[in-house]
Design a protein around this ligand. Structure first.
Ligand SMILES: Nc1ncnc2c1ncn2[C@@H]1O[C@H](COP(=O)(O)OP(=O)(O)OP(=O)(O)O)[C@@H](O)[C@H]1O
Length: 226
C-alpha cells in the first residue's frame, strides 16, 4: 500500500465560546491516497474549513494525529511545519488573494522563488501552468485586469507552482457565477489529475462533488462516507 497523501486519526477540535465549549471535530478519521481527489461536503458550520486548516497545518487539532505523506505532524517545530507546508501542500481559497501589483505570471513565480527556485525555471513553470489553464495570453496582466474566473485560475496555478503532493481547496469556486464556477472547477480537476496530485476539496455544490473520485461528509464532527 502506498503511503497516504493525507491521514487524520481521531482528530478533534474544540473552540471556547465564552463559557461554552464548541466541539467542532469530535474524532475525524480520513485518508486521502496519492492521486485521489476527494470532495468534502457537509452543512454550513459543520467544520469543513476547520478540518482543511488542520490538514494544511495552519491550525493544530485539540487532539488526534495528522500525517502528511506519512510524516506525523504533531511534534514538529513551527519551522518544520512551515517547510512541510511549502514543499507538500498547495492551497486554494474562495477568494484568490493574488498580489494586486504583480502580473499573473509573477504571482506564480513569487512562491517558487521563496522556495529557492531560480527565476528562469520559475518563469517557465508559471508559463506552463498558465498555458494549461488557457491563460497564456493573460500572463502579463495584473489581477485587476482579469475576470473573477481568470483570477481564480491564476490562484490555482499559484497553488500548484511548487509541485505540491496534496492540494487543499476551500470552496474554490464559491465566489463565481454558476457558469464560470463550472468551467474553473473543470479546469482545476483537469490540472490536478494531469499533475497526478491528491486533493481534498470542500464544496457546497453536489454536482461538483460528484465529479471527484469520492465524497466524504462531515457529520457531528466525524468524517463519514457520503
Ligand atoms: N477560531 C474560532 N473560534 C471559535 N469558533 C470557531 C472558530 N473557527 C470556527 N469556529 C466555529 O466552528 C464551527 C465550524 O466552522 P467552519 O468554518 O469550520 O465550518 P464550515 O463547515 O467550513 O462552514 P461553511 O460551509 O459555512 O464555510 C462554526 O460554528 C464556527 O463558528
Amino acid at each position: 500500500m502506498p503511503q497516504a497523501a493525507l491521514r487524520l486519526d481521531k482528530v478533534t477540535r474544540s473552540f471556547s465560546q465564552g463559557r461554552e465549549v464548541l466541539n467542532v471535530l469530535t474524532g475525524a478519521d480520513l485518508a486521502v491516497n496519492p492521486g485521489e481527489i476527494v470532495a468534502l461536503v457537509g452543512p454550513s458550520g459543520a467544520g469543513k474549513s476547520t478540518l482543511l486548516q488542520i490538514c494544511g497545518l495552519l491550525e493544530k487539532p485539540t487532539a488526534g494525529e495528522v500525517r502528511i505523506g506519512g510524516i506525523s505532524c504533531g511534534q514538529l517545530s513551527e519551522d518544520r511545519r512551515t517547510l512541510l507546508r511549502r514543499d507538500h501542500l498547495g492551497f486554494v481559497y474562495q477568494y484568490h488573494h493574488l498580489l494586486p501589483e504583480f502580473s499573473a505570471a509573477e504571482n506564480i513565480v513569487v512562491p517558487q522563488m521563496i522556495a529557492g527556485i531560480g527565476r528562469k525555471p520559475a518563469l517557465a513553470r508559471a508559463a506552463e501552468l498558465l498555458a494549461k489553464m488557457g491563460l497564456s495570453e493573460r500572463q502579463d496582466h495584473r489581477p485587476g485586469q482579469l475576470s473573477g474566473g481568470e483570477q481564480q485560475r491564476v490562484a490555482i496555478c499559484r497553488a500548484l507552482a511548487n509541485r505540491p503532493k496534496l492540494l487543499l481547496a476551500d470552496e474554490p469556486t464559491g465566489n463565481l457565477d454558476p457558469n464560470t464556477a463550472e468551467r474553473v472547477f473543470q479546469a482545476l480537476l483537469d490540472l490536478v489529475r494531469g499533475e497526478g496530485l491528491a486533493a481534498l476539496i470542500a464544496t457546497h455544490n453536489p454536482d461538483l462533488a460528484r465529479r471527484m473520485d469520492r465524497i466524504v461528509t462531515l457529520r457531528e464532527g466525524k468524517v463519514v462516507a457520503a
